[in-house]
Design a protein around this ligand. Structure first.
Ligand SMILES: [Zn+2]
Length: 105
């Protein structure tokens, strides 16, 4: 602890953290953290390096595409068919509109 006190700033070696306050002489965040704390990349990542890193992050092929048993359009397995759902929701919205018109007058 005493060895660390030689190179650490005085506010880091304060005895109680509950009474810690920002030093009045603090001009920027760089004074709060010593330079060896900040991690900075040594070299700029080139476009080629970035492209090589993200080459294996692309879209994967889908193997779980099946035909909807109701309408026959392609859909994901174990998912709701979007074609059938749009037909159902159109019907539900029409029913809601009719019931709202029936209640309001
Ligand atoms: Zn369907």
């Amino acid at each position: 602890m005493f060895a660390a006190a030689t190179f650490l700033p005085t506010f880091l070696t304060a005895p109680s953290p509950s009474s810690w306050t920002l030093p009045a002489s603090l001009q920027s965040l760089l004074e709060l953290f010593p330079p060896f704390v900040l991690a900075v990349p040594k070299k700029k990542t080139s476009h080629s390096r970035k492209a090589m890193r993200s080459a294996n992050k692309g879209l994967k092929d889908k193997h779980n595409i099946v035909h909807c048993p109701a309408c026959g359009s392609a859909k994901l397995a174990h998912h709701l068919c979007s074609n059938c759902y749009s037909q159902l929701s159109r019907g539900w919205k029409a029913e809601q509109r009719q019931s709202a018109e029936g209640v309001s007058p």
